[in-house]
Design a protein around this ligand. Structure first.
Ligand code: IMP
Length: 418
C-alpha cells in the first residue's frame, strides 16, 4: 500500500527530512509533480545533501520513481544521479510520460518574470511554468521521446513550427539542431532509466510499500493556492492520482508536514508575515534561505486558517510538525486562528489574494519556552511547547505523529496513535 507526504504551507516545510524518515520503511519513493524548483535537504551523519529532482529516499538506497506529473530537466537529473551514485546504488525509474524542461522554457521563465515587473511571481526561474504550459498546450516533449532520437527530432520540428513566432515575439532565436544534439545526448544517458512507471507502480502497490513525496506545498498548488502566486503543478495529495497514475484509494495514510511557523519564498500574500525582530529570529535560527535559489525566505507565525484549509483538502491523517526548536528562546509564541477584514472576522481561507493581502490575523498567544532542540521523547519537551502542540492538533482535528526538534535524523520524536 502507499503513504504520502505533502506540504501544508508554501513549501520548505521540511518535507525532505520527514520523507527520509518514512523512507526507511518504504520500498519505493515517488515524486509526482514539480521539477527542480524543489529543494530537499537531508542531513546524514552531519553531512548535508541537497536534491532538487530525485526523490529524497535516495540516501536510504530505496528504489526511486519520477512520475508522469513531474517536469524533468535532464541535465539536472544526470548531475543528481552522478552525485547519488557516489554514495548509493542508483535504482531509478523515470516515467516515459514526464515532460522535459527545454532551454527555451528556462529563458522564457526569466523573461516573463521581468515583464511582470512589480507583479512578478518570484519564480525559481527553472522553466517550470513554461514547461507545464507547453504540456497543456500539447507542445511538450516527453521523456519517452527524449530517449528516442527519431521521435525527439519529430517533436522538435512540430514544436519549432508552432513556437518560432512566439520565440520571435520574445526576441529569441533558438538553434533547433543544437538543441537536438544536446538533448539527444541527454537521452542517451537517461535511456536506461526511462520506463512505464504507471504499470510498474500499480503492479507492486499491493505487495510493496510506496511513499509519495510531494514537492512545494499546498498553498502553492495551481488549483488551491494563492493564485497567481503559485507554482504550475498540483502538490495537493490529489495530484498523486494524476501525477503518478495511482488511485488515491491505494494511499492509506497522508501525512501533512507543517512547520511550527510560516515561511514563503517569492511574492504573494502571507497574512502572518513578521518583518521585524520575530521574522529575523525565525530566518536566522531556522536557516531560512532557499535550497534552490538561496533567496531569504519571508517568515512569520503559524497560520492555522491556512493549515486547516490544507488539512481538509488533502485529507490529512496525521501531521508532522517540523522545526519546533526554532521557536526556542522567544518570550511569546503566536498562532493565527482567524482573519479580520472590513470589520468582519472569519476563519476560512479566502479566494481573493487582495483580501488575503489586507487581512489582519487574529492571534492566540502562548508563553514562550526553551529547550526543545535535540529532544527525542515527547515527555522531555517543555510543557509550554506541548501546550502549543496540543492546541494545533485540536484546532486541526488531526493527530501529531512526528515532531522534528533539529536538522538531524536523530532529532525526531514519534508519537504512536492511540
Ligand atoms: P516556480 O515553481 O519556479 O514557477 O515558482 C512559483 C512560485 O513557487 C514562486 O513563489 C516560488 O518561490 C515558489 N516555489 C517553487 N518551488 C518551491 C519550493 O520548493 N519551495 C518553496 N517555494 C517554491
Amino acid at each position: 500500500m502507499a503513504k504520502a507526504i505533502v506540504g501544508l504551507q508554501w513549501g520548505d516545510e521540511g518535507k525532505g527530512k520527514i520523507t527520509d524518515f518514512f523512507a526507511s520503511g518504504a520500498d519505493v519513493v515517488v515524486r509526482y509533480q514539480g521539477g527542480n524548483n524543489a529543494g530537499h535537504t537531508v542531513v546524514v551523519e552531519g553531512k548535508k545533501f541537497k536534491f532538487h529532482l530525485l526523490p529524497s529516499g535516495g540516501l536510504r538506497g530505496k528504489k526511486l520513481v519520477i512520475g508522469n506529473g513531474v517536469v524533468v530537466n535532464p541535465s539536472v537529473l544526470i548531475e543528481e544521479i552522478e552525485m547519488l551514485s557516489g554514495y548509493k546504488t542508483v535504482d531509478l525509474m523515470v516515467s516515459d510520460r514526464a515532460n522535459v524542461i527545454m532551454p527555451y522554457h528556462i529563458v522564457m521563465d526569466g523573461i516573463d518574470e521581468e515583464r511582470l515587473g512589480k507583479k512578478k511571481i518570484g519564480t525559481t526561474k527553472r522553466g517550470i511554468g513554461p514547461c507545464y504550459a507547453d504540456k497543456i498546450a500539447r507542445l511538450g516533449i516527453r521523456m519517452g521521446e527524449l530517449v528516442d532520437e527519431k521521435l525527439l527530432k519529430e517533436r522538435l520540428e512540430v514544436i519549432f513550427s508552432m513556437k518560432e513566432k512566439i520565440f520571435a515575439a520574445y526576441g529569441l532565436r533558438f538553434d533547433m539542431e543544437k538543441i537536438f544534439e544536446e538533448y539527444a545526448s541527454y537521452g542517451e544517458k537517461l535511456r536506461q532509466y526511462v520506463d512505464d512507471t504507471i504499470y510498474y507502480l500499480n503492479s507492486i502497490i499491493d505487495e510493496k510499500e510506496i511513499l509519495f513525496e510531494g514537492a512545494q506545498g499546498f498553498l502553492l498548488d495551481v488549483e488551491y493556492g494563492t493564485y497567481p502566486y503559485v507554482t504550475s503543478s498540483n502538490p495537493v495529495a490529489g495530484g498523486i492520482s494524476t501525477g503518478a497514475g495511482v488511485s488515491l484509494r491505494k494511499v492509506e495514510h497522508v501525512v501533512g508536514v507543517l512547520k511550527a511557523y510560516t515561511t514563503r519564498v517569492g511574492a504573494g500574500p502571507m497574512p502572518t508575515e513578521e518583518k521585524g525582530r520575530i521574522g529575523e529570529h525565525l530566518a536566522e535560527k531556522g536557516g531560512e534561505y532557499g535550497t534552490t535559489t538561496g533567496r531569504k525566505r519571508r517568515c512569520g507565525w503559524l497560520d492555522l486558517v491556512a493549515a486547516k484549509y490544507a488539512t481538509i483538502v488533502n485529507g490529512i491523517d496525521a501531521v508532522a510538525i517540523t522545526k519546533l526548536d526554532v521557536l526556542d528562546g522567544l518570550d511569546k509564541v503566536k498562532v493565527c486562528t482567524g482573519y479580520e477584514y472590513d470589520g468582519k472576522t472569519f476563519d476560512r481561507f479566502p479566494f481573493s489574494i487582495r483580501i488575503l493581502q489586507d487581512v489582519k490575523p487574529i492571534y492566540e498567544e502562548f508563553d514562550g519556552w526553551d529547550g526543545v532542540k535535540g529532544k527525542k521523547r515527547y515527555e522531555d519537551l517543555p510543557i509550554k511547547a506541548r501546550k502549543y502542540l496540543d492546541f494545533i492538533s485540536d484546532w486541526l482535528n488531526v493527530p501529531i505523529e512526528i515532531i522534528s526538534t533539529g536538522a538531524s535524523r536523530e532529532d525526531t520524536i514519534t508519537i504512536q496513535a492511540d
